[in-house]
Design a protein around this ligand. Sequence first.
Ligand SMILES: *[C@@H]1O[C@H](CO)[C@@H](O)[C@H](O)[C@H]1NC(C)=O
Ligand SMILES: *[C@@H]1O[C@H](CO)[C@@H](O)[C@H](O)[C@H]1NC(C)=O
Ligand SMILES: *[C@@H]1O[C@H](CO)[C@@H](O)[C@H](O)[C@H]1NC(C)=O
Ligand SMILES: *[C@@H]1O[C@H](CO)[C@@H](O)[C@H](O)[C@H]1NC(C)=O
Ligand SMILES: *[C@@H]1O[C@H](CO)[C@@H](O)[C@H](O)[C@H]1NC(C)=O
Length: 640
Amino acid sequence: MSLYSILTFLALLILHSSFTLANEENDHLQTYIVHAEPSDGRVFTNPEELESWYHSFLGTMGQPRMVYTYKNVIKGFAARLSLNELEALREYEGFVHARPQRNLPLHTTHSPDFLGLHQDFGFWRDSNYGKGVIIGVIDTGIFPNHPSFSDEGMPPPPAKWKGKCEFNFTACNNKLIGARYFTYGNGTPMDEDGHAPLAHLAVYKVCSGSRRCSESDVLAAMDAAIEDGVDVLSISLGWPSGIPFKFDAIALGAYAAVRNGIFVSCSAMNRGPSYGTLSNEAPWILTVGASTTDRRLRATVVLGNKEEIDGEAIIQPKNFSQVLLPLVYPGKIAANNPNARFCAPEVDEAGGAAIILVNQEADGDTKNLPTILFPTTLVGYADGLKIKAYINSTSTPMATLSYKGTVIGDDRAPIVASFSSRGPSLESPGILKPDIIGPGVNILAASPVSIEGNRNTRMTFLLGSGTSISCPHLSGVAALLKSAHPDWSPATIKSAIMTTADVVNLAHNPIEDQTLQPADVFATGAGHVNPSRANDPGLVYDIKLEDYIPYLCGLQYANREVAIITQQKVNCSEISTISESQLNYPSFSIIFGSQVQTYTRTVTNVGEANSSYVVKISPPPGVHVAVKPDKLDFKNQNRS
Ligand SMILES: *[C@@H]1O[C@H](CO)[C@@H](O)[C@H](O)[C@H]1NC(C)=O
Ligand SMILES: *[C@@H]1O[C@H](CO)[C@@H](O)[C@H](O)[C@H]1NC(C)=O
Ligand SMILES: *[C@@H]1O[C@H](CO)[C@@H](O)[C@H](O)[C@H]1NC(C)=O
Ligand SMILES: *[C@@H]1O[C@H](CO)[C@@H](O)[C@H](O)[C@H]1NC(C)=O
Ligand SMILES: *[C@@H]1O[C@H](CO)[C@@H](O)[C@H](O)[C@H]1NC(C)=O
């Protein structure tokens, strides 16, 4: 028997991020997102009138071509059209803009079989807060009857709830109050895929088994969620960095959601550690990166020279022999063999007893654990070099694995995950993104698929990693804050989360990234969410919806482009536009020249009525920062 050490390509399985045009069954027809607005300024007060106006665009093509008419997210509809028909449509009075819909990638890291949602979030579960708050989850659907979605102790949904349960059996309850599907032509909200971060209550399925998440479906789901009365929207989909907000369905839908007082939390995407790899960059969205928790699933490599190197493994054999075995380094696995699972049978056949998996350099120390039904451990890149140096140092390299189970209390946590997408925002570099990081590495999750790949079990929990898992954590925190402070606007909730975030780890050192060096702000944003501190932020940076208009005009968007986002007529030359950094955001992103730059912020006191705040400055190296005034006195709450 021998022990294999293999350098795998545990590179992230990133789904296709390039734009793929919707591949419709009929070659000649494509689904277009069509923006429309009566040019005479007519306002439809009756929703049926508006709908029939949208239908009038399709004339004799009629109903079958209409995919969705939208009520909230945009002024317009989605329709299947040929190029000729599109040309004809452009001549219609009220036509604003049309473009072919795109498909969205899901923000997963593992193979879809190994994904799910963290359901064991103590603060949410143990708190009396959060009751009555509805989180809408736009994702791959829901696997009902899972014990995670039991409604024991849950009150009925609030009276404002207008959602539906579209399962054909009694699946919904007081926990899962809604389940709808917007996978055009595919009929059940059942999760086929396991990517179901159901934090609470209402699920809108937009991706079908083929992993196609089409833009018209996403818009329709957001439209319905707004209509149904959700309080928080949790979205783990999105396009890569740099998509203009006016062409980004999630940015458009999120703007409409915020107008309705709904908080929107989105995954940052899993394309790190390279810079400029974010998704969901709009300033009205909370953009969430991923970091580790303090829990390790320890599987230690014991080398022949007695050196011990800590790795991690999900499957922990209880009786693994502590006798040293020959250690072999067969080299890198081919890049087209992206998951080490596939090599376990080979190692088994060759008489191997276990596999030591070693991260690629880019993943550093982020241990995004694969599920392998064979004894393994995964070590970081630097630790892998140590093992290889040991192999080189002796003619008889030996090793064994020591499985130590779950170890809580890693005081270097949270560590930013290698895969967590990094800023800067390409579409709006003057807004710092991501906004926040939260737990997203090896998180316990409810899943419709068991570790063995079994679908016919109802009691499955798996470990999952990705920003798609950190995002629902933040949706949960937002729900708690919304419940505790029903009058807080989405921007106030976001400010409370960001200004109270932790910038140090449990050992009180600066938060690190996968290299185990201090992480930069393009990895952490404001820092790691601290839910209980977010409940009492003292001061907040609020943003009113109308404040985004001078910001959007400042991005040099044309009037009609701003109008597509805001759904109201805008003339940018008649308002004083602002630079991005001047938006009343809870963080700053400033591109320095040699000139002194001055920006203003307005804070609102949501803390003690009679209170004073003094400025404390910790400037980045090489930057001189001055704040005026350096002291603020308040006599009342909700004063700015
Ligand atoms: C409900 O859905 C299941 C699975 O899709 C199907 O087999 C069954 O026939 C459906 N039942 C009804 C009453 O529609
Ligand atoms: C360890 O335990 C498993 C399951 O109990 C068993 O199948 C396996 O043969 C055992 N291995 C050794 C080396 O004893
Ligand atoms: C081990 O030896 C090989 C061959 O001499 C060399 O290429 C490699 O860099 C060495 N690895 C380490 C970690 O020292
Ligand atoms: C926008 O305002 C400018 C300045 O007042 C005016 O010249 C222009 O005609 C307006 N544009 C539209 C489309 O109303
Ligand atoms: C506000 O606080 C100050 C300083 O603690 C105190 O002197 C003052 O009496 C307080 N005013 C009110 C209205 O409570």
